[in-house]
Design a protein around this ligand. Structure first.
Ligand SMILES: [Ca+2]
Length: 312
């Protein structure tokens, strides 16, 4: 069985450069800048059966980070701010403001198919692909991604308001030292210029996978960079062969969702989700693959790209 990866156009900016050179920002509010927490007026404590503590060896711009052990969505750590931080002042907040976390995860895995990928057989049937090439996807430069797929954040304000969001973790490589950006749009938390500000006094963090992680930095930052998707190369495959395609897209610090349709002739559906998609055509012909890339919270404009697949 042929297993082939779509040829990629070299990205113009590397993931690491994007991660560390933040996009031009209209404003920046440091929530945690890599200080020793005591000197920053931050108290750490457990959320449920989780743990939170100061780490003094691992950091982004310093050697400090906040070490959190999460046992799932209801077990992690809390950061309590002695001086509440205004993160959503009505005069300054914008649609593209994010609460950005820079995180190192203990548990990584090779990028593989999302578990719910399915591929059409060409007879209108959909074949589930439960990781059938999990770990076999080869690449000169394998992409390591966190095993956790979502960061849960719960924010409490000085006047007792509570907001929460589950944020899809950026599904791409971190920098050389394993720091990943996870950016929660303030708009996804329900904060905008009409909501009248939010003085952050407590921040809870947990993951959807039991793991230990290190938070090197937390800030509010503006990121207006649009979604950019690399064009895909046309491919020729034999009928019954397995074709693996890989999407390459960037959108600053924003998490992305990849949606695939394998045959435009019967309309655009969601045949697969994920940066990698596997497909198989049982009949010869020309098929159009449509890739739509969007951010999970619908803040930025989605981008669609199409490519022809010749099946012989
Ligand atoms: Ca279709």
């Amino acid at each position: 069985m042929l297993k082939t990866a779509a040829v990629r156009v070299a990205a113009t900016v590397t993931g690491a450069a994007l991660l560390l050179c933040a996009p031009a920002s209209a404003r920046e509010i440091i929530v945690y800048g890599g200080e020793q927490v005591a000197s920053a007026g931050i108290k750490l404590y457990a959320w449920g059966s989780g743990k939170a503590s100061q780490n003094t060896e691992k950091g982004v711009t310093t050697t400090n980070s906040i070490e959190v052990t999460s046992g799932g969505l209801y077990a992690g750590g809390f950061l309590s701010f002695q001086n509440p931080i205004e993160i959503a002042g009505p005069a300054a907040i914008g649609r593209y403001d994010y609460l950005e976390f820079v995180i190192n995860f203990k548990s990584l895995t090779r990028l593989a198919l999302d578990s719910y990928n399915k591929a059409p057989t060409g007879n209108g049937e959909y074949r589930p692909l439960p990781y059938d090439f999990y770990g076999n996807y080869y690449d000169d430069d394998p992409i390591m991604v966190p095993k956790a797929r979502n960061l849960r954040v719960v924010l409490t304000s000085a006047d007792g308001k509570s907001l929460g969001h589950m944020q899809a973790i950026v599904n791409k490589a971190g920098d050389e030292e394993g720091w990943f950006t996870v950016a929660v749009p303030l708009a996804a938390l329900g904060l905008n210029e009409q909501t009248g500000g939010f003085a952050l006094s407590r921040l809870g963090v947990s993951l959807d996978f039991p793991d230990t992680f290190w938070i090197g930095r937390i800030r509010v930052i503006t990121d207006e960079s649009p979604i950019y998707v690399d064009p895909m190369d046309e491919q020729t495959v034999g009928s019954g062969d397995t074709l693996v395609m890989k999407a390459e897209a960037e959108a600053g610090i924003t998490s992305l969702v990849y949606s695939w349709d394998f045959n435009a002739a019967d309309g655009i559906q969601e045949d697969a989700v994920g940066q990698l998609a596997e497909m198989m055509y049982k009949t010869a012909g020309t098929f159009t693959v449509t890739l739509t890339v969007r951010d999970p919270d619908g803040i930025k404009k989605p981008v669609t790209t199409k490519v022809k697949i010749e099946v012989t």
